[in-house]
Design a protein around this ligand. Structure first.
Ligand code: HEM
Ligand code: HEM
Ligand SMILES: [Fe+2]
Length: 488
């Protein structure tokens, strides 16, 4: 059931994956630049005022984030399909066409976000300018285009799965999970002028994506990656995966209730949300243990062997493995711990919508998703060049260390700002408009915003190293391997 070489390293599916990964990285870069602009605007509200307002930088920051992750997810699936099914992916011509259509649509949407965001809110603006739902602001025409493109992707995955004689647990989970992931997008598409109803459905996309379907998705990616990188035992890895699926869906679906505390939904959501969402860290611990257990086992800790030697010989891709270990920690900390902090209604009544939420949002998205998707890119590079092993370079290390340190730093700064808001704005001043502004003018808050910007710059420097590394590591390693071969 292992890599089927007859499909070849450079299968059409993998070439298509490379295209998706490339756009993903470009959008990741755009996301960070927009984050920097938004962070400067927090400190100096006049920065680019009237030219490139905060609402625009923030919108592009968030949409670029979601879209780059979707690109990298599609890329990862096209990448792993040949390994997991043993055959070439079905419908690649249509898949490639869909890639170009999606990329053209994304470009147009970004340009519209950047240049045309003024005017009345009307049916016309919903269809062509901005649908007004945070993270998925794309106008309606693009929504429909995205659905078509994603349906093409999904049917390619499903048909390949059905055609293949190989039936892995990873594929079974992916096929079921992608169905839910794709279907949920529809919940954020129809128009309603009641904001409670609108938010009610909007959370079906946002929460049920990041806390159910995306989590299951990265569980499947981690399972695949561990088999590829350290030759983990498929049976054990897939057993973990099924446990994660069960617990993630068990807690994640009704955990939705933690967004229904204060939006006009019935009060029974307090209990449902409190109970199920506080169980959400459980599967995240399982995922954490899963990666560390497999890794530890391979390192020989459990067998009492020399760990250093064992690492050298077993890890086939140290950059990918490093990113996946950061993923295990990041998912647990960002989603599990930072999520749990504010998930009980008794706490959330004070923390709701403060910078605390933003702290959690940053660490969770980075820790749970950005990290493993970058890890998948390194796996793709190794296979693309047909390398036996891929070893971290200085740039790999600086990339991973600086981006992670930067995001952690931003998270800590935002947590401090959120803490101050809770104490001053909510507890001491009792909330309200004036309290909101008073709290934001105090030093704990303003200094935290300065630190967020500084740490954002650190993140960006790390990102530059990451991009350079992604562009060069495969080529260099390939050249070295050739020299070695020639010497033998
Ligand atoms: C990787 C998984 C996760 C990601 C990417 C994520 C991301 C986010 C983001 C971006 C928001 C802000 C949404 C907005 O704009 O209003 C948010 C809100 C929230 N998240 Fe998560 N989250 C994850 C997992 C979790 C988990 C596991 C928990 C609880 C155990 C949790 C608890 C919450 C709560 C309570 C809020 C509402 C905050 C408020 O009232 O302002 N999250 N999450
Ligand atoms: C250069 C680094 C970055 C900077 C300077 C930055 C800055 C910002 C700013 C200023 C906001 C608006 C916050 C607000 O409205 O209160 C924001 C929101 C957000 N950013 Fe970033 N960001 C950066 C990187 C990232 C990364 C790497 C991720 C995730 C992978 C991310 C995910 C988010 C999310 C999910 C939100 C919405 C949070 C919420 O509404 O609660 N950002 N960011
Ligand atoms: Fe949630």
């Amino acid at each position: 059931m292992h890599t089927n070489l007859s499909v070849g390293f450079k299968s059409g599916s993998r070439k298509l994956a490379a295209k998706y990964f490339t756009v993903a990285i470009i959008l990741f870069g755009a996301q960070l630049i927009m984050g920097l602009i938004a962070a400067i605007q927090f400190i100096d509200p006049g920065f680019l005022f009237g030219i490139f307002d905060f609402n625009i930088s923030r919108t592009i920051h968030l949409n670029a984030l979601i879209v780059w992750m979707l690109y990298a997810m599609i890329g990862s699936v096209y990448y792993m399909l040949p390994d997991e099914t043993g055959i070439e992916t079905v419908g690649l011509k249509l898949g490639t066409l869909a890639f170009w259509i999606l990329t053209a649509a994304v470009t147009v949407v970004v340009l519209v976000f950047a240049f045309i965001q003024i005017g009345p809110g009307s049916q016309m603006s919903i269809w062509f300018i901005n649908e007004g739902r945070e993270y998925i602001e794309a106008p309606r025409w693009a929504d429909i285009g995205i659905v078509v493109v994603v349906l093409i992707f999904y049917s390619n995955v499903l048909l390949t799965y059905l055609k293949s004689k190989q039936r892995t647990g990873i594929m079974a989970v992916l096929v079921a999970d992608l169905f839910a992931l794709v279907g949920l997008y529809l919940a954020g598409m129809f128009y309603t002028d009641n904001i409670s109803v609108d938010q009610y459905w909007w959370w079906w996309v946002i929460h049920l994506w990041v806390e159910a379907t995306w989590e299951v998705f990265v569980g499947a990616l981690a399972a695949y990656a561990l088999i590829q990188i350290i030759g983990a035992n498929r049976k054990i890895v897939e057993m973990w995966l099924w446990i994660e699926v069960l617990t993630l869906f068990g807690s994640g679906i009704l955990g939705l209730g933690h967004h229904y505390f204060w939006i006009g939904t019935p009060e029974y959501w307090w209990e449902i949300g409190a109970l199920f969402s506080s169980l959400e860290p459980v599967p995240l611990i399982a995922m954490f243990v899963h990666v560390l257990y497999d890794w530890g086992k391979k390192q020989g800790y459990l067998n009492g062997q020399n760990a250093g030697q064992a690492i050298k010989s077993t890890i086939k891709n140290t950059p990918a493995m490093s990113w996946i270990v950061v993923n295990a920690f990041g998912n647990f900390l960002g989603a599990g711990i930072w999520g749990f902090f504010h998930t009980l209604p008794q706490v959330n009544i004070y923390t709701h919508g403060t910078q605390f939420t933003a702290a959690h949002g940053h660490l969770a998205f980075y820790g749970a998703y950005a990290t493993i998707l970058v890890g998948m890119m390194y796996i793709a590079i190794q296979k693309y060049y047909g390398l036996e092993r891929l070893v971290s370079t200085t740039k790999t290390k600086l990339g991973i260390a600086l981006t992670t340190f930067g995001v952690l730093g931003m998270t800590i700064a935002l947590t401090i700002a959120g803490y101050e808001q809770v104490l001053v704005e909510r507890a001491e001043l009792g909330g309200g408009w004036q309290a909101y502004f008073t709290a934001q003018a105090l030093p704990w808050f303003t200094q935290a915003m300065d630190w967020r910007l500084i740490m954002g710059v650190v993140t960006c420097i790390g990102f530059v190293y990451l991009v350079i590394d992604l562009m060069t590591i495969g080529k260099n390693a390939n050249a070295q391997a050739k020299i070695k071969q020639a010497n033998i």
